[in-house]
Ligand binder design. Structure first.
Ligand SMILES: Cc1cc2nc3c(=O)[nH]c(=O)nc-3n(C[C@H](O)[C@H](O)[C@H](O)COP(=O)(O)O)c2cc1C
Length: 408
């Protein structure tokens, strides 16, 4: 009996001694991220971790958010037709993107002001993408400079351009992107004017954020986020020399700076000036896709900007088959908007995309746990995609074709 009591006491003492380390581990970014098993759980953790206006900026979409919801729902209208009796002992996610191999068919989408979710912003996403063996895309509106991201990560990088009325600034950005090894230019064509995101309007979201009693209270309620923000505030786009104005909404700042006169001539001009591949992002129609190819685009992103621009637009997965038909193998196609599950990726690849881009999945990740959260987002999708491919009977992601799906 005494021996038993002695053993229990020793066990208890050992448990108590290990408790601080276990608690530290549990609350570390890695521990927090590891407990999220799905992108939906990363989203829930991000929602708890950052102030409401910051979460809403990432999570929200235009007007009634119909297109944002449709982006998710439309994947349910694509059904899978699993192939029986194939050897799926070794599932291979590799593919080539613009001539270079990636470890998985997932690319980090450009997201502006990423540093509001976590001060490491685009640097965290670039490092996570590199570690996952894939490409990151740095936005014109990034919170980190093009140079910072290049220095922090040796992985493949693309630069996403919004054409500004100040063409001198555009020239400067292109030169900096070239000098810092950004291999492709991603021209986003669906922000002719800023979409109206009513959550941002209601929250009084501005760049830089306005400091009020309400924002101070939100800061107190999210001490971990506030500590990061105070140590390294990333409140404005870092590459544009904007001071911003706490009295101007983000939409007003965008409408002031972006050029709404951009047309096909600008695509032709950029094509002739940029030496590497040109990717047009935000294409939703087969006729536009054809015209992009005729203008020398190397790749297109079928995208409605995650439902953040024209509410009522089709889901991008709905637009993909006709575009794939029109483009054939004349350009690579990527798809974004609504990717939350490995099965979404299987469906996008089967309908003609070579890879998908993910925006919010990574925003939730870094909001939840910084770089560890971004790594977790890639990890979750990688693991889900492997199981989904095995169950669909396709050991190689690159072999997926139209016969794997039907669209209701
Ligand atoms: C917070 C946020 C900021 C974004 N900023 C940009 C941007 O600066 N440039 C751009 O081309 N797309 C931007 N996007 C759109 C993404 O690149 C991508 O098209 C979209 O997020 C895909 O949908 P998903 O979020 O459902 O994955 C942004 C998206 C989000 C969520």
């Amino acid at each position: 009996m005494n021996a038993l009591l002695d053993l229990a006491a020793r066990q208890l003492r050992a448990d108590l001694a290990a408790a601080p380390a276990r608690t530290r581990e549990r609350f570390s970014p890695e521990g927090r991220a590891a407990r999220c098993r799905t992108i939906a759980e990363l989203r829930a953790l991000a929602k708890r971790s950052v102030p409401k206006p910051i979460f809403d900026y990432a999570d929200g979409a235009a007007w009634d958010e119909v297109t944002a919801r449709r982006n998710l729902a439309a994947f349910e209208d694509v059904t899978l037709h699993p192939k029986a009796l194939t050897d799926v002992s070794a599932v291979d996610l590799r593919t080539t993107i613009l001539g270079g191999e990636v470890a998985l068919p997932i690319i980090a989408a450009p997201t502006g002001l990423t540093g509001l979710q976590h001060p490491d912003g685009e640097v965290a996403i670039a490092r996570a993408a590199h570690r996952a063996g894939t490409i990151t895309t740095v936005s014109t509106m990034a919170s980190c400079t093009l140079e910072e991201v290049a220095e922090a990560s040796a992985g493949r990088r693309w630069f996403q351009l919004y054409v500004m009325s100040d063409r001198g600034l555009v020239d400067e950005l292109l030169a900096r992107a070239t000098d810092n090894g950004y291999e492709a230019l991603v021209l986003t064509v669906d922000v002719q004017v800023a979409g109206v995101r009513e959550r941002d309007v209601r929250n009084g979201f501005s760049v830089p954020p306005r400091i009020s009693l309400r924002t101070l209270a939100q800061g107190v309620a999210h001490p971990r986020w506030s500590a990061g923000f105070v140590a390294n505030p990333r409140m404005v786009p870092a590459n544009l020399g904007w001071e911003g104005s706490a009295s101007a909404t983000l939409a007003a700042s965008v409408n002031k700076a972006f050029d709404p006169t951009v047309t096909w001539d600008d695509l032709a001009d950029l094509r002739s000036r940029w030496k590497g591949p040109v990717i047009v992002k935000g294409v939703m129609r087969a006729d536009d896709a054809q015209r992009c190819v005729e203008h020398g685009a190397d790749a297109l992103v079928v995208s409605n900007h995650g439902g953040r621009q024209l509410d009522g637009a089709a889901a991008s997965i709905e637009a993909l088959p006709a575009i794939a038909d029109a483009v054939g193998d004349r350009a690579e196609l990527y798809l974004d908007s609504g990717i939350r599950r490995g099965t979404d990726i299987v469906k996008a690849l089967a309908l003609g995309a070579r890879a998908v881009m993910i925006g919010r999945a990574l925003m939730y990740g870094i909001g939840a746990a910084g770089e560890a959260g971004a790594r977790r987002a890639f990890g979750i999708l990688d693991a889900e995609l492997r199981v989904a491919l095995a169950l669909a009977g396709y050991p190689r992601a690159a072999d997926l074709g139209m016969d794997a799906v039907s669209v209701r």
